[in-house]
Write a protein that binds this ligand. Structure first.
Ligand SMILES: [Zn+2]
Length: 327
């Protein structure tokens, strides 16, 4: 009952004229000029129009997607929880001021955050690694990033040491210790009976990490994939790396059944079957015997085609910018 009520509130909130016309506190100029793409209203509200509205972000409770996959994050950046036979794995750690909310989401689903053994981080941006220091302190979890993206984390920490006035008061940057993990392409991270395969897929950052693993429901297994850097950055060079990553994932993982996103909504790389929360609403209103809406291999295929064109357009735009005499 409670769950249904929460969804109704969310749907009502994003449909309200105040939101559509830019009444939200966190609304940026760009966001005010765009409407949510069709079928994306909830994820768009969390990721775009209300990205900085902390209370709105914290209105999202954790929810179960498969027997062994939960979403425990806030609305603007996802945090995933994978229970195993030997403790919990998290993918991404959120950032302040949301870490307490993420920990509460984990507890409210019946898990103890002290059982988190491994936190895999998709890339070295604060919205993904910002909560890692506190989770490590609480549970002793091993934190995993690629070598290049650990370097990005170290650089943020060094920047805060050099210029303490730039450090947000509540952020503690995770420090790499001897137990932590440096993720390499082809690694298999195992905890209990669960294994997660690592792909290093550069383009958004030099070492964005993607993860392939198996999820289960009603005795059936499905192949899931989380693309750790699904939008290009860093000019022509970053765009070309991204393009190569997309080609590689397309070749190696054509048969993914469950495509997962690091953000509920991606502006360039919108997911064909809806953002994370559109799929959540479908999941939570599903009738007995209906398929899980997160199992959707056709959308994965379409998304890979879309990512390819995102890469091409980005490279063309960045090439034009680089050669423009006015810049
Ligand atoms: Zn990022």
């Amino acid at each position: 009952m409670k769950r249904a009520f929460v969804i109704v509130m969310l749907v009502a909130a994003v449909a309200a004229p105040a939101f559509a016309q830019g009444g939200g506190r966190g609304q940026g100029q760009a966001a005010a000029q765009q409407e949510a793409p069709p079928g994306m209203a909830i994820s768009y509200a969390y990721r775009v129009t209300h990205a900085r509205d902390a209370e709105f972000q914290k209105s999202l409770e954790g929810f179960k997607i498969f027997d062994d996959l939960y979403h425990v994050g806030v609305g603007t950046v996802s945090t995933w929880l994978i229970p195993t036979s030997a403790g919990l794995i998290m993918i991404d750690s959120s950032q302040e001021p949301y870490v307490d909310h993420v920990l509460d989401n984990i507890r409210n689903l019946g898990f103890d955050p002290k059982d988190v053994k491994i936190v895999l981080i998709v890339h070295g941006h604060l919205d993904h690694f910002g909560g890692a220091a506190r989770i490590k302190q609480l549970s002793g979890a091993r934190i995993g990033l690629s070598e290049t993206d650990w370097k990005m984390v170290d650089d943020v920490a060094q920047g805060y040491r050099d210029k303490p006035q730039t450090a947000p008061p509540f952020n503690v940057v995770v420090q790499r210790g001897p137990n932590d993990l440096t993720l390499k392409d082809g690694d298999v991270i195992t905890l209990g009976k669960t294994s997660i395969k690592v792909y290093i897929t550069p383009g958004h950052t030099p070492g964005s990490a993607s993860f392939e693993f198996t999820v289960h429901e009603a005795g059936k297994a499905y192949k899931a994939f989380l693309f750790g850097g699904p939008e290009p950055r860093d000019g022509v060079e970053g765009g070309k790396k991204f393009q190569a990553s997309v080609v590689r994932v397309t070749q190696l993982e054509p048969d993914v059944q469950v495509g997962l996103l690091i953000h509920s909504y991606l502006a360039m790389s919108t997911y064909p079957s809806g953002g994370t929360f559109e799929r959540m609403v479908k999941l939570q209103s599903r009738k007995p015997g209906e398929p899980n809406p997160f199992v959707d291999p056709a959308s994965w295929q379409q998304w890979l085609v879309k990512l390819k064109s995102v890469a091409e357009k980005y490279i063309a735009d960045e090439t034009a910018k680089a050669s423009s005499p006015t810049r």
